[in-house]
Design a protein around this ligand. Structure first.
Ligand code: HEC
Ligand code: HEC
Length: 504
């Protein structure tokens, strides 16, 4: 053998390598055979495991459809409550499934058809012809409050009262429930969808792929008034303006502490995020500076923009969530529908602009908020007040000298027969707990599990209702709870409850 061959050394190394690997493999096999797990013990396993039903019945995984594999941008079912289980990955890919020009063309072709179908779907569920409650306006004094219930019943059922008589099993069996979950209209791409009124003032947020599905009449006033706990004497501190990066200093200098001012500035500063940034992982024609907290929580309230809750995977399992108001957060200890975040500064710190996905963050660029900045955002949030409720006394009870008979009747129901006060009480009309309302008792589909309770103070200002916007009006919210709690209230009682909610 020629030991000077250039191959000799490599050949010998290869043999040694194979022997060593073989030895390690055999050693691990032997160790495994005698029950010794050198890398990771396997954990215990129940023999002949049969899963109990846990009372899930038709909400159990076997009765649900497996989530389809969809690429970003591809249409998704509107009835996502029929789906359940595990997806293929928890992580997102920042690359588009096609080139940028193809992406634009794809959506140019898909969007008109998608939005026509979204409008048809919304029309099939709700009658959204705007009818206002006479004399009732949101806190700014101009935007009328819509009358309901507007959820459609099947022709087989004459009235909501007849429906309520049937009870959960019968409503489920006959598929009659008018308040099934509402999905994001394009859940594959998902993320933030802004209302038309917002897009008109901020065309940089118009999406190439999807628009909001509710007409303006059923959304909060824009811009909404802003009330501060520290300046009750001023009423709306904005004088009817949207607070922006350009005007905040002028409006708030002389009203805020330097820390609050700094916090407000950061709540107004746009940051690149998933789908709104400078890269081609984007749903805007032009590169985007991103969004700010107040792009959705306009003036510390909400403009009705929605997105997906960040707390589950696959993406098709994520619940649609409408933007909650930030008003009165100083009274809450539980934030976000499922994440149970305990303070506003903590929320600002972790707000998942990248869906919590490290790959996405690397692609778009980090959002480098330091703890001290998040604390200041919390400082400002802590002085955003609920709107005035002139009919309530210091114990949050109606003042009989100011309230109508109907409103007083509604209050008596709220604190009595209608059971609302079991969960909604105190100065914010919320108990700061999460409840599993077990809505799946009324329809066949995936249970949504516990959801955080929301305050009812100032509730007239923030339609549509429930975490996923499925209740267009307060009357629908009353019908919903009449069914869920099996109250069987009559029409006059339900109208009185709505009249009371309008006072809060
Ligand atoms: C897409 C519009 C949008 C933007 C931008 C946005 N939010 Fe939100 N915000 C939401 C939605 C939707 C929820 C509900 C999330 C959930 O239920 O899981 C929410 C929830 C919250 C909550 C909890 C409210 C509650 O009642 O539970 C706080 C606090 C909050 N946001 C603060 C912020 C801050 C601070 C920022 C900026 C760092 C921000 N948000 C940016 C839409 C937005
Ligand atoms: C068992 C506790 C419980 C009771 C009782 C209850 N609620 Fe609620 N309420 C909740 C929870 C939890 C939510 C949020 C559910 C969700 O988003 O899926 C909620 C949400 C609401 C909302 C929507 C809030 C928003 O910002 O979107 C309204 C309105 C409401 N409740 C009114 C009532 C009325 C009226 C009654 C009495 C007829 C009532 N609730 C009884 C727990 C309760």
């Amino acid at each position: 053998m020629n030991t000077h061959s250039p191959y000799y050394f490599d050949f010998r190394t290869a043999i040694i390598f194979v022997l060593v690997v073989g030895f390690i493999f055999v050693a691990f096999q032997l160790a495994d055979d005698i029950g010794l797990h050198l890398l990771q013990s396997p954990g215990a396993e129940t023999e002949n495991y049969v899963e109990p039903d846990y009372g899930l019945g038709s909400g159990h995984i076997d009765s649900l459809i497996e989530y389809p594999e969809v690429n970003n941008g591809e249409r998704t079912p509107f009835d996502l409550w029929n789906y359940g289980g595990k997806g293929s990955t928890s992580f997102m890919n920042p690359e588009l499934p096609m080139s940028w020009p193809e992406w634009i063309d794809f959506h140019r072709a898909q969007k008109p058809k998608l939005m026509a179908d979204v409008r048809d779907y919304m029309r099939s569920r709700f009658d959204l012809t705007p009818v206002a409650i006479p004399g009732q306006f949101m806190s700014g004094g101009r935007k009328p409050i819509m009358k309901g219930p507007v959820a459609k019943l099947t022709p087989k059922i004459n009235s909501y009262e007849d429906l309520a008589k049937l009870g959960p099993e019968s409503i489920k069996r006959r598929d009659l429930f008018p308040y099934k979950p509402l999905a994001h209209p394009l859940q594959s791409t998902a993320h933030m969808v802004f209302p038309d009124a917002w897009n008109k003032s901020h065309p940089e947020h118009i999406r190439i792929d999807v628009d909001h599905d509710y007409p303006d009449e059923y959304l909060p006033e824009f811009p909404a008034p802003m009330f501060l706990t520290t300046h009750k004497e001023l009423g709306d501190v904005t004088d009817g303006k949207e607070v922006t990066f350009g005007n905040y200093y002028e409006i708030f200098d002389g009203l805020l502490t330097p820390e609050q001012m700094e916090g407000l500035k950061e709540l107004l500063r746009p940051t690149p995020t998933t789908w709104f940034n400078q890269t081609t992982h984007r749903v805007t024609v032009e590169p985007s500076a991103g969004v700010s907290c107040f792009s959705c929580h306009v003036n510390g309230h909400t403009n009705g923009a929605f997105e997906l809750a960040p707390d589950s995977r696959p993406h098709l399992a994520r619940l649609r969530v409408g933007t909650p108001s930030m008003r009165g957060n100083y009274n809450l200890m539980q934030l976000s529908s499922k994440r149970s975040i305990r303070s506003m500064d903590h929320f600002a710190e972790i707000e998942e602009y990248f869906d919590g996905d490290p790959g996405m963050m690397q692609h778009i660029g980090p959002r480098a908020h330091q703890k001290v900045v998040a604390n200041r955002m919390g400082d400002f949030n802590a002085i955003l007040d609920f709107p005035p409720a002139p009919k309530l006394d210091p114990l949050s009870k109606l003042n009989p000298a100011k309230a109508t008979e109907q409103e007083l009747k509604g209050e008596a129901l709220f604190w009595g027969k209608a059971k609302c006060s079991s969960c909604h009480y105190g100065p914010a009309f919320v108990d700061d707990s999460s409840y599993d309302l077990q809505v799946e008792r009324f329809y066949k589909g995936r249970p949504e599990g516990p959801i955080k309770n929301f305050p009812l103070r100032g509730i007239k200002d923030s339609p549509p209702y429930l975490h996923d916007d499925r209740l267009p009006t307060l009357d629908d919210a009353v019908e919903f709870f009449n069914l869920i709690l099996e109250l069987k209230l009559n029409k006059e009682e339900k109208q009185a409850l709505t009249a009371y909610l309008l006072c809060l």
